[in-house]
Design a protein around this ligand. Structure first.
Ligand code: ATP
Ligand code: MG
Length: 592
């Protein structure tokens, strides 16, 4: 590709709202361009990398016999009404109408459509198992699109769905996808972790997230080096800490004027926060967003409430709950803002963290202005309508499995796999017939990869202050030939010669033949991150060039042929990213 014809429009300045280096660099490198909030177009170089990532995904899906199809982006509302997700998905679901007023959605994910496809197209046990996927634009009307391609309203996702006869077969299908994901993200050059995850609005029983490690990621990961536990903060189980045994005391009302927070109260009463009970008040809504229940949730004073666990405990969609107006809730239930405790409440669902069940002599709000209660004991003074783990696991807490302190990292969720079980097949009547003609629902799984998010996660992990450093496997081009002086015939002739040899060998080459200063060309080459740079300059007359890798600082002066050979050798080694398989386990490598 001759750069003089390509109109590369690199920018010196990043957009003012960009905070992430990867976002700034992709825009400055003219690889992505925002058209409206969270909606991007991809200029040539960016689109080439998108397709490279897609191709890696495609190869690994094809390798496990997952069949590629393509569904429409527009989905009739009826399918979503059938599963109830028309309501449950909430405002992120992008709803549209046709001219006759019929409701449709733009796909945020495709469980309904694929389940519908399965119930129409397949019927016999003989056809099982089967798995299908697509690489398609998805639409989510995110409340706050941000961080470039990381959270957009239109993005490319690979979504696969598996259909099996039994739960064991689903496990096999799930693990095949899981191992394929390990290969995909490895080939993309990502440093990632696999963590247990919450199923969220997709539903089902088991899930893992694949997270590219990054301080900027929005996925919080807790992990234990001792036993290998790794989970998202949303999902991570906690270990209830046992209190030292003590005699139950009588409840005692104490004055706590101007003590609004747990810390204030405990400092005032000179007790540790672990001896107090923290209250959080909520209002839930039904599918039509009409007010439904009041909820008072209680965790130990030094713990944080985990909202995902709370909504799972209440069995409601995440968007059907918000903090309650404490005055209104007080009139209905008896709570008093800042002084709420679990005793004597009415007309509300009391959710108690399991850790509180064994506690005695705690301090809790007295449901009276400026007062708290000491000596509060679970069972004697209050009980929960729901008692379960609703607290966050935090860095330094005991690992739920082995008790060692857990560690914390952030990551960018690039993919997630789900065991759906029978959720969609039962609600949509997607069944197969066994040998005796009896109908059974499919055991289903679904598996997503954010292709465009992955592209940016790669940049987040592979850049320096000069620009992007693409791994060979996803680079828009493999080599850039920079001609220092295009008016010099020797230089142009040698550059064309190198270009031809490389292209004949199968490499993708940019020839920077623009009439620009060398400094501009070098800066652009660094910014767009092409892995190999061959500079043709004043030594062209002697048939010599400079050879440099984007990832290394050193330059080498080589003959043109040596440079070509070196480039071809490196490309052969790294072109599909499989050289990184050395980091994978035998189990993953053998999975097929
Ligand atoms: P998140 O928690 O980040 O909102 P999600 O868990 O809702 O994502 P999934 O339903 O698991 O997303 O979708 C599969 C993949 O699609 C994700 O792992 C992610 O890589 C990608 N993805 C999801 N939402 C977006 C988005 N708004 N912009 C870009 N990619 C996205
Ligand atoms: Mg997810």
């Amino acid at each position: 590709m001759r750069l003089s014809k390509a109109h590369l429009k690199t920018l010196r300045e990043a957009p003012s709202d960009a905070v992430l280096e990867s976002h700034k660099l992709l825009v400055r490198a003219n690889m992505i361009k925002q058209e409206s909030a969270g909606i991007y177009m991809f200029p040539k170089l960016g689109w080439r990398t998108v397709r490279k990532v897609e191709q890696i995904v495609r190869e690994e899906m094809d390798y496990i016999d997952c069949q590629e199809i393509h569904m429409p982006h527009v989905n009739p509302a009826e399918l979503w009404q059938e599963t109830g997700r028309w309501y449950a998905y909430g405002p992120e679901l992008w709803r549209i109408q046709d001219r006759a007023g019929n409701d449709f959605i733009l796909n945020p994910t495709c469980e309904e459509m694929f389940t519908d496809f399965a119930r129409k197209e397949y019927s016999s046990y003989k056809e099982l198992p089967f798995s299908i996927y697509q690489i398609q634009f998805k639409y989510r009307d995110e409340a706050r699109p941000r961080y470039g391609l990381l959270r957009t309203r239109e993005f490319i996702m690979k979504d696969a769905y598996t259909f099996d006869a039994t739960e064991e077969d689903l496990h096999t299908a799930y693990m095949r996808q899981y191992h394929a994901y390990e290969k995909i993200f490895t080939r993309c050059g990502l440093d990632f972790r696999i963590v247990e995850a919450d199923n969220g609005p997709i539903g089902g029983s088991k899930s893992h997230e694949f997270s590219a490690l990054s301080d900027w990621g929005e996925s919080d990961i807790l992990y234990c080096d001792n036993c290998g536990m790794a989970a998202t903060a949303e999902r991570a189980e906690t270990r209830d800490e046992k209190q030292a045994p003590e005699e139950m005391k009588e409840m005692e009302l104490v004055k706590t004027p101007d003590c609004k927070t747990i810390e204030d109260v405990c400092a005032f009463l000179k007790i540790p926060t672990a001896k107090s009970i923290k209250a959080l008040m909520f209002r839930t809504y039904d599918d039509e967003m009409q007010p439904k229940d009041y909820v008072a949730a209680f965790v130990r004073g030094d713990r944080q409430l985990n909202m995902t666990k709370l909504v799972n405990a209440l069995n409601i969609p995440a968007h059907n709950i918000e903090f309650a107006d404490e005055v209104e809730m007080g009139a209905a239930t008896g709570i008093v803002g800042g002084f709420t405790g679990p005793m004597g409440l009415k007309n509300c669902i009391i959710v108690v963290d399991s850790e509180l069940v064994d506690t005695v002599n705690m301090c809790a709000g007295a449901n009276q202005e400026d007062h708290h209660m000491l000596g509060v004991c679970y069972g004697r003074d209050y009980t929960g309508d729901i008692v379960t783990d609703i607290k966050e696991l935090q860095e330094g807490d005991a690992c739920p499995h082995c008790g060692q302190p857990v560690k914390f990292r952030r990551g960018i969720e690039v993919g997630q796999v789900f065991k759906l079980g029978l959720k969609y097949s039962e609600s949509m009547g997607a069944t197969y017939k066994d040998e005796n003609g009896k109908d059974h629902p499919y055991w289903m799984g679904c598996y997503g990869i954010g292709v465009t998010r992955t592209m940016q996660a790669i940049v987040e992990q592979h850049h320096d202050d000069k620009g992007i450093i693409w791994p060979m496997s996803v680079a828009p081009y493999h080599v850039i030939i920079t001609v220092v002086k295009t008016a010099d015939e020797d230089q142009m002739k040698l550059a064309y010669d190198i270009e031809k040899k490389l292209e004949d060998a199968g490499l993708e080459v940019i020839l920077d033949d623009r009439d620009e200063r060398p400094g501009v060309k070098f800066n652009d080459a660094d910014l767009i991150g092409i892995p190999i740079r061959i500079t043709v300059g004043k030594l062209a007359g002697e048939g010599k060039v400079e050879y440099k890798l984007r990832r290394d600082a050193e330059l080498e002066t080589l003959t043109a042929d040596e440079a070509v050979d070196k480039a071809i050798a490196l490309w052969s080694e790294e072109k599909d990213g499989r050289h990184l398989y050395k980091n994978l386990s035998e189990e993953t490598l053998n999975a097929h």
